[in-house]
Ligand binder design. Structure first.
Ligand code: SF4
Ligand code: SF4
Length: 157
């Protein structure tokens, strides 16, 4: 069940881009340098997708070697530099797509207005992930973490 959901969600963001042009040409693809920092995987993503050909998994983090099969890359890479925010209000889900503040040190467009079609695809893919209770809980926890970081960042700036 989660496998089908993860594959469906990833198919919705596999080909979208944050800008109309190839942003990798602007910055020399700084997010894909194979620096060993890695990208966090969704729970169950390793089992759902074969990614062993271009990296390794350590404690839920995928560490690549600086190149990949774009269709197989982690969900977090597909939606970078955005994150989905999931709120449960009065039994209803509200999903937003936000620029990821944690991307700012790496990504020159992390604070930019990104393509609405990209943000919409991030939101729609997150809605698919939320069909799984476990993934919905995971995204809600990540949303809380994100909001705490944002609050801290606002206090410091
Ligand atoms: S670091 Fe940002 S601008 Fe550069 S390739 Fe990655 S997403 Fe695009
Ligand atoms: S897996 Fe691919 S998209 Fe993700 S950081 Fe590595 S090279 Fe970049």
């Amino acid at each position: 069940m989660s496998r089908e959901i993860i594959l469906r969600a990833k198919s919705m963001v596999a080909s979208v881009t944050p800008l109309p042009s190839d942003c990798g040409k602007l910055c020399g693809a700084r997010c894909c340098t194979g620096d060993g920092l890695g990208m966090e995987l969704l729970p169950g993503e390793t089992e759902a997708c074969g990614m062993s050909g271009f990296g390794s998994v350590e404690n839920g983090i995928f560490v690549c070697r600086g190149s990949c099969d774009r269709k197989q890359r982690p969900y977090a890479c597909m939606i970078f530099p955005m994150v989905p925010l999931v709120f449960e209000e009065n039994g209803r889900l509200r999903i937003e797509a936000a620029n990821d503040l944690r991307a700012v040190p790496v990504c020159p467009i992390a604070k930019a207005k990104l393509l609405p079609s990209f943000a919409a695809a991030v939101r729609r893919s997150a809605a698919v992930l939320c069909e799984s209770a476990a993934l919905r809980e995971y995204l809600s926890e990540k949303t809380e973490e994100y909001l705490e970081i944002k609050q801290l960042s606002n206090l410091l700036n």
